[in-house]
Design a protein around this ligand. Sequence first.
Ligand code: NAD
Ligand code: IPM
Ligand code: MN
Length: 356
Amino acid sequence: MKIAVLSGDGIGPEVTGEALRVLDALGLPGLTVFEGDVGGIAYKRHGQPLPPETLTMAREADAVLFGAVGDPACDGLERALRPEQAILGLRKELELFANLRPAKVFPGLEHLSPLKGELASSLDLLIVRELTGDVYFGEKGERTASDGSREGWDMMRYSETEVARIARVAFRAARASASDGQGRVTNVDKANVLETSQVWRDTVREAAGSHPDIALDHMYVDNAAMQIISNPARFSVILTGNLFGDILSDLASAAVGSIGLLASASVGERRTAHGVFGLYEPIHGSAPDIAGTGKANPMASILSAAMMLRHSFALDDAAARIENAVARALADGARGRDLGGDAGTRAIGDAVIERL
Ligand code: NAD
Ligand code: IPM
Ligand code: MN
């Protein structure tokens, strides 16, 4: 079981360090860790955010544990050299088109959510975000507008092929998570305005034909943003594109209580000896405002490691042990500043390890 650890910038190494300590504490046999440079730190050391040796290391592993990339000192660089290109490049090169972002309020921890009582306890959804297309990867550029001013442009596009494969992931996830046998998928787009979304919606509808057991409905993204807060019980699996999924997942994290709690798995079609090849990362970024202060909440990274054990290594029991330990640590008050507490990164890692 080879894991490429790419911890990156800012709080990336701090939170990934705790996830590694948790993995270590589990004492899983046969697990080997390789570390590579990525993001701003890779740019500083190698002149590029995603050096070829890092990409090779990721390719040769069974799973990638990713921290975060981004450094305000790099914001002035030409786009190809910016740290964020590293995560975009990894997703594209490794064909990780499906990003799974679960958002759920742990039972008994409703008070951590800014939502009131019932609303908080009913929040339990999975965002299935397409990850290698959309306006993120369309042609882009800058030109002179007709009035002589600067104009930036980015092409939004999705092909039927790209939509059909992510729709299948969402339908399968809905089937797997349906406790009452009735899986539900809400497709979120902007088909009232965007041609891209019309092709998206038509393709999702067609793909639903081969999943008659799944209840599918459609919602515009603005309405979805509103209803995730006002009626979270309405959602089970949300299927959406790259940009809308990015925004809605940060929104969902705030409804859970903190962005420091949300993990993610990015997968494609490649399988490994034990499961699916994947990249696992918190949904948050490098948080330059708190980097180096020891205040970052490592739980999102720790929970990402749990997702890795489940999806890439079929170690469901070990994954559940981590998830239970996180829930109990939170219940026992191991909360960072992001959750109104004062526990630091290392103390939160310790609290989880003690409860494994
Ligand atoms: P961010 O997610 O880094 O931070 C947003 C806010 O949440 C900040 O106030 C931060 O302190 C807080 N926060 C984030 N994670 C936290 C944690 N684990 N514990 C406690 N507080 C936490 O988003 P941003 O500030 O918009 O972006 C900072 C940099 O990160 C940018 O360069 C951005 O491009 C990059 N970024 C990278 C990724 C990634 O690597 N996948 C994701 C998002 C943003
Ligand atoms: C995320 C981040 C990235 C994205 C950035 C850093 C490219 O916000 O993983 O959510 O937009 O996908
Ligand atoms: Mn994001």
